[in-house]
Design a protein around this ligand. Structure first.
Ligand code: FAD
Length: 421
């Protein structure tokens, strides 16, 4: 490998077993698992620690993901602080309908804001475990991932020095806008996309919840959703026309519209408060296949984006990370016997060679579920009487508490030993 630095500061050359790019839920779970199992690891993150510990995003973890994190000692604070939810409400035509997902599936959702999970995982890796985490790194570059000795390089934000880390494997966990995926030649991957054709404005209100948990207001004006996060903060989603910006939605307009879409007989008025986050998200989804190329393995949003319709993104990131870390640990152990890499014997029948296929099984199950649920939630506002009719028919089947409701609840709460296992 040749280094072509133009910086006046001499480059720094080091070596580790795995470079993890990105300190979101996926990268942090991988880094913790590797470090706890004695596998050499360097974690690189483009943002500052303070920034990622505050960045608001997801809030729901499946019981299966929590249990797996707990088995590895990564859920102590979560188990002590998270609230759990086992039902949600649909509101439409002025009526309220409760879906008892825990009763139907035997599993609960844990309500734990993503910044708290990220904070816990950084503390466990970097503080408690003294793992090597480098924040605020610039110009991360991956070279030679198709060979035996990949090199990940970055510029140190303080000294300007270019660091080159030679490694055995790279875990690309740098989210939807990262650089890891771009290290895979276009000819070696397929990206399948689906655009739901709608946008949601994600809102965080400094206001107590107005209901016990999740409420989906299905309305011909568009979806309105409420998700209790904490006694002080509530997440709302408002379907908006694609192309709208948060500037199109001043405070009064947001609350007026939410009030209409979440109204139902007997439902209390929404508790309003300052909107501390207002961001428009296009409801689009993609899947990158395969999730591995040479010594580079993608996990989480770096490999697949799923609209937050069914709260699956953070869960998929955690599931990927657990699979990938198991495979990397197995590969590292086998390398002592002289056979690291894709030929490594594995702990789950797949190892690194089977990682992509195993992860993609769950990814596609969740994408299918998210698409199905999107049709249910957006049919009424589609302006298409046929779509509205079929969405209503699905909703009625789901509310009838038969096998459709059980299947729905299983996927909504997250399969334990089904997809991806
Ligand atoms: P990320 O969390 O995106 O982490 C990637 C990390 O890599 C980031 O810290 C980034 O700064 C870093 N990075 C990027 N580029 C580089 C680089 N070049 N070098 C080094 N580091 C880099 N999911 C749910 O399950 N439930 C929900 O309710 C939910 N709600 C959501 C609401 C919103 C508003 C949004 C935006 C997302 C929501 N999601 C939800 C999705 C969820 O947040 C993501 O799926 C999850 O963050 C994916 O985790 P990740 O670790 O793969 O990626």
């Amino acid at each position: 490998m040749e280094f072509s630095d133009v910086s006046p500061v001499p480059p720094v050359l080091t070596h580790t077993t795995v470079v993890v790019v990105g300190a979101g839920p996926a990268g942090l779970v991988v880094a913790n698992r590797l470090h706890d199992n004695g596998v050499g690891c360097v974690l690189l993150e483009a943002e500052t620690r303070e920034f990622i510990e505050q960045r608001p995003r997801a809030g729901f973890l499946e019981e299966g993901a929590v249990r797996a994190l707990a088995e590895h000692g990564l859920a102590d604070r979560l188990l002590g602080h998270a609230l759990t939810q086992g039902e949600f409400e649909f509101r439409f035509d002025g009526e309220r309908h409760t879906v008892r997902t825990a009763e139907l599936s035997g599993r609960r959702h844990f309500v734990y804001p993503q910044p708290q999970l990220v904070t816990d995982l950084i503390a466990s890796y970097a503080d408690k475990g003294a793992g090597d985490a480098r924040f605020g790194v610039r110009d991360v570059r991956l070279d030679g991932v198709d060979g035996d000795r990949p090199v990940v390089s970055y510029t140190d934000p303080l000294t300007g020095a270019r660091h080159h880390i030679a490694c055995d494997f790279v875990a690309g966990c740098d989210g939807a806008r990262g650089v890891a995926r771009a290290a895979i030649p276009d000819s070696r991957l397929t990206v399948s996309r689906r655009d739901d054709g709608v946008a949601w404005m994600a809102l965080l209100a400094q206001a107590p919840p107005s209901a016990d948990g999740v409420v989906f207001g299905i309305h011909e004006r568009g979806l309105g959703a409420h998700m209790a996060r904490s006694p002080e903060v509530t997440r709302y989603y408002l379907q908006v026309p694609p192309g709208d910006t948060s500037g199109d939605w001043p405070h009064e307009r947001v609350w007026h519209e939410l009030g209409i879409r979440l109204a139902a007989g007997g439902a209390p008025r929404l508790k309003e408060g300052p909107l501390i986050e207002k961001v428009v998200l296009d409801m689009h989804n993609y899947v990158v296949e395969p999730m591995s190329y040479g010594r580079l393995h993608l996990a989480g949003d770096a490999a697949h984006l799923i609209a937050p319709i069914a709260a699956k993104g953070m869960n998929l990131a955690v599931h990927d990370a657990l699979l990938l870390s198991d495979a990397l640990i197995a590969a590292d152990r086998s390398s002592y016997g002289g056979s690291a890499g894709d030929s490594a014997p594995d702990n789950d029948g797949g190892g690194l060679a089977g990682y992509s296929q195993a992860a993609l099984r769950r990814v596609w199950q969740y994408q299918e579920f998210s698409q199905w649920f999107s049709d249910v939630l957006h049919g009424a506002s589609s302006g298409d009487r046929f779509r509205a009719g079929t969405a209503r028919a699905r909703l009625q089947r789901l509310l009838a508490s038969g096998p459709d409701a059980t299947a729905f609840a299983g996927l909504y709460m997250g399969e334990e030993n089904g997809p991806g296992k």
